[in-house]
Design a protein. Structure first.
Length: 163
């Protein structure tokens, strides 16, 4: 996977892409607090987006492409995450969070699409001889990055004092 410059480049891109997509997926999946709903209920509501996002991928990925689908879906997810956060900041967490919840559901829909699309991308770029090991290495790198999702969410939820 690292013998030629082309394979080194592709492997490095796949490792980074997997780390970013998996970290975003895990962080958005865990970010269910602050909406004044039961976290178990919120996780269940946002998890409903898995099947529709997979159906959209089946319908559009061959026409749009894997790279564009993953990038566009991650951009959609990021925009709606920011809008959800701004909605909570402007309206406050004490009000009815239905609008912010709707934005969070769309954000989860986008990150589901990005993650599923990105997971298929690695199998296409790694040569057949090392595909099993390469895909495993890419997925392990992505899941290793999820270690930081809890820390990122903790950073947002707590204020830090300047030393």
């Amino acid at each position: 996977m690292f013998r030629t410059p082309h394979l080194r480049r592709n492997t490095s891109i796949l490792l980074f892409k997997s780390m970013v997509l998996t970290l975003c997926f895990d962080a958005i999946s865990r970010n269910v607090e602050g909406l004044n709903y039961n976290p178990f209920f919120m996780f269940s509501v946002t998890s409903v987006t898995k099947l529709p996002s997979s159906l959209v991928i089946v319908a559009l990925q061959d026409r749009v492409g894997r790279k564009a689908m993953a990038s566009g879906a991650l951009l959609l997810s990021g925009l709606f995450t920011v809008v959800s956060g701004l909605t909570l900041a402007i309206l406050g967490t004490g009000t009815d969070p239905l609008l912010a919840t709707a934005f969070a559901v769309v954000s989860r829909f986008g990150v589901n699409m990005a993650y599923s699309s990105g997971a298929q991308y690695a199998a296409e770029l790694i040569p057949t001889e090392v595909r099993g090991q390469g895909v495993a290495a890419v997925h392990v790198a992505g899941y290793a990055a999820t270690f930081f999702s809890a820390q990122i969410l903790y950073l947002v939820s707590n204020e830090f004092e300047v030393l």
